[in-house]
Design a protein around this ligand. Structure first.
Ligand code: GLU
Length: 493
């Protein structure tokens, strides 16, 4: 048997370090067994998926030094490798399950289901699909279908007992069926959900081992039941521990930058980041901290993954990166890396139009443009609040960050438009709104245009700097709740 593993990211935002971590362990497992590693794009959530995000994921994983034997860009004989290109396959399998009595149609409207959940909550019950579709007669189903009523297909789930399986890393896991919902497999728009598409693809693509994040553990019963319903062999399934912030909470961009592009922009070496991800829950038999991907594969044993949540600590990563720079790069190589990273003509050409109007002598350039090539600037946090006061700064900055988090088109005019709209909303002048933004981005109170700087710095570095600024003031739990609500109202208005 050829070992085949895969990583199956959903292209719904920045390429996440968690994706790279899961990719790395699947890759190392496959390669240490002389097997194959596949990349599949799970873009069944059409409202959240984008091609830009897909490209950024491919580019980031490649930058890290991972490669795949089959994937949407390189092809392969089990393709297509993008789920939105495989809709007819999922539809066929969903209907097959209905015909075999393992899945069923549900014609309930969104309103009806909302009412069902509200009634359950009112009775103090956990909201859950009540199986109404199962109670329809053949004639009722036919009438709905003939009338062209929209429907979803849901899987049947036993009402009692529990599901047991052997997790490759955790041993026996038992989950009561009562906790498992009658999952939608095929949505009204003809798209599959994750569950159906994931099982069909892992089967058709010949995946033998699946290592996925711990957050999927509770959905294992649904996935494994689907294999049984189809009568397919079940791949080995292992759930990797989630990466954590140093305070042990789940790794989140509020506390740590999570986008691989941020680490690239910050000037980390891809080898060091990959090495650090290899240290997440795993270690070399001799305990050495610095190792290459080839070393990792030579010594790999997934059973040695320890399940306590590994902490992704940027300071440790920096320390390791420093070792890589000093021990692995000659001066010549370091020079080349720096040129490739930012000290090149292209970067200079993007910065110069900003700086030129303020130059008197060439030596003005470095201090003026330092923020284009630096990480997080240092400044006196009092500068952030001097114009707006703490509360207004905090509220407007948080709204700004949320707006930018969802921004697809990173363009200075769009960024300025957002600033203008928010300034109006908070009843402040746009100039005053932008003052703390300016400090956060450039570290100074006067410099080149801030929205231009943000466009050049790109979304990951810009957002990281704004988040650090917000963190200087801090958002209490209570304030965060209130802000979330007012942001929802703002979006709804
Ligand atoms: N698309 C899922 C994700 O992005 C894949 C999970 C899995 O590996 O099954 O996490």
């Amino acid at each position: 048997m050829t070992v085949r593993t895969r990583v199956a990211p959903s292209p719904t935002g920045d390429p996440h370090v968690g994706t790279a971590y899961i990719a790395l362990f699947n890759y190392a497992f496959a390669k240490s067994h002389g097997g194959e590693f596949i990349l599949r794009i799970e873009d069944t959530d059409q409202t959240r998926s984008s091609r830009e995000s897909e490209q950024a994921i491919l580019d980031s994983l490649q930058w890290l030094g991972l490669s795949w034997d089959e994937g949407p860009d390189v092809g392969g004989d089990k393709g297509p490798y993008r789920q939105s290109d495989r809709l007819d396959i999922y539809q066929k399998y969903a209907h097959q399950l209905v015909e075999e009595g393992k899945a069923f149609y549900c014609f309930a409207t969104a309103d009806e289901l909302a009412q069902m959940r509200a009634e359950q909550s009112a009775q103090g019950l956990q909201p859950k699909y009540d199986g109404r579709g199962l109670r329809l007669s053949e004639t009722e189903i036919k009438a709905h279908l003939d009338a062209g009523d929209p429907y979803v297909i849901r899987m049947k789930i036993p009402e009692e007992g529990s599901f047991k399986f052997n997790d490759y890393l955790r041993g026996e896991v038992e989950i009561p069926w009562e906790q498992v919902d009658m999952q939608v497999l095929l949505k009204a728009d003809g798209f599959p959900t994750y569950f159906l598409a994931n099982v069909v693809d892992d089967h058709l693509m010949g995946i033998t081992h699946v290592f996925r994040g711990e957050e999927w553990l509770n959905s294992a019963p649904k996935l494994l039941k689907l294999y049984q319903d189809f009568g397919w062999d079940i791949p080995e399934l292992g759930h990797m521990p989630l990466l954590r912030n140093p305070d042990k909470s789940k790794l989140s961009k509020r506390k740590n930058p999570t986008s691989i592009l941020y680490y690239q922009k910050m000037g980390f070496m891809p080898e060091a980041l990959l090495n650090y991800l290899g240290r997440m829950g795993w270690s070399m038999p001799d305990g050495r901290e610095k190792f290459t991907l080839a070393d990792m594969i030579d010594n790999f044993d997934i059973k040695r993954v320890s399940l306590g949540g590994p902490v992704f600590d940027v300071d440790k990563l920096k320390w390791l990166n420093g070792l890589w720079i000093r021990e692995e790069l000659s001066d010549e190589e370091l020079a080349q890396r720096l040129v490739d990273w930012a000290y090149n003509r292209e970067t200079l050409m993007s910065i110069l139009p900003q700086a030129k109007t303020r130059l008197e002598v060439f030596s003005d350039l470095a201090p003026l443009a330092a923020h284009f090539v630096s990480g997080i600037p240092e400044y006196d946090p009092a500068l952030l609040t001097q114009k707006l006061g703490e509360e207004k700064f905090r509220d407007s900055m948080q709204f700004f960050i949320w707006e930018l988090d969802n921004l697809r088109q990173w363009d200075k005019d769009v960024i300025f438009g957002i600033a203008k709209t928010l300034a109006d909303y908070f009843e402040i002048k746009v100039k005053d709104f932008l003052e703390p933004v300016f400090v956060a981005i450039t570290g100074k109170t006067s410099s080149t245009s801030v929205v231009d700087a943000m466009e050049i710095l790109g979304p990951d570095m810009s957002r990281a700097r704004l988040r650090v600024a917000l963190a200087h003031v801090g958002v209490s739990k209570k304030a965060a709740k209130k802000l979330e609500k007012s942001y929802r109202d703002y979006k709804a208005a």
